[in-house]
Design a protein around this ligand. Sequence first.
Ligand SMILES: [Zn+2]
Length: 321
Amino acid sequence: MTKMKDLTGMARFDRDLSGVLKGGLPTELINDIIEAQLELWPLAKANYERLSSTRRKPLSIGSLQGASQWNPGRAGSTGASVDAKSISERKCFLCSENRPSEQFSLPWLEEWELLVNPFPILPVHFTIACKEHRPQAALPLDMAAMAEQAPDLAIFYNGAKSGASAPDHQHAQAVLKSELPLLRVAETIHPLERPGLMLSRDAGVELPFSFISAVISPDAKGMAALSALPSLGGTDPDSGLPSYKMMNTFFWMDGRTLRAVVVPRRAHRPECFGTAPGKMLVSPGAIDIAGILILPREEDFKAMNSTKAKEIYEEVCYPAS
Ligand SMILES: [Zn+2]
């Protein structure tokens, strides 16, 4: 509560912050939250300002009109050691007691807290952390409710072995839905008039990987699709068994209808991952899978092209056909 009280003197937040998200998360509030956080936190402010000079180049792979982004600020996350020993030896940066004193949080639904991500990939980038320290388990369907409350955002989730840099503390993320090219592909191939699940393979378009699209109408068909989503992961390369750890999932609103996409995964990182000569520092999470490939090192950014990106996608996801 102390951190929240720190903000109550500010013009935009002269009220009890615990209730801020009860009315949802409209555009105006999104901007106010980010501005308020950056005023309090110089490190985050510098990182958001740096984003405006981030270099990008287009990467077109069939219907996915994506881009690569050179983002040195993401080196820590992309290169994070996610083995059990390394995780157990570091302090969890998503637990409230370990967060920097400048970082504030906004309670959302029963179990979650909205945080401004201090190492952004996009100009609006939130982390949505579980209030308790518990592992990145099966997909939480609270994300559907969050998407309904935040019509400008895509709420997304990295399975524990699919790009999550903190698999020990359950969390989702959110960015503006307009920033993620994969969502446009789903909107194009899967009409709202056909509620339920659809395989991208059945759409007859060229894609770098296969995914499952869901149109979640407020009826039995939509609800059946929603309840099926948490079981749609790929195969865990260690156990050889189907696993909720192997997927990236997105929820967003298309007008008044909720949509989701699940991308099953078969590898956490590509073979080329690394910093040795000939390797690339690339560790695809949901934003990369949605078409924005993040590269912290300039040499990897220069070497990236559509052919290499397609190879990486095919390696960590399942073939498109
Ligand atoms: Zn934690």
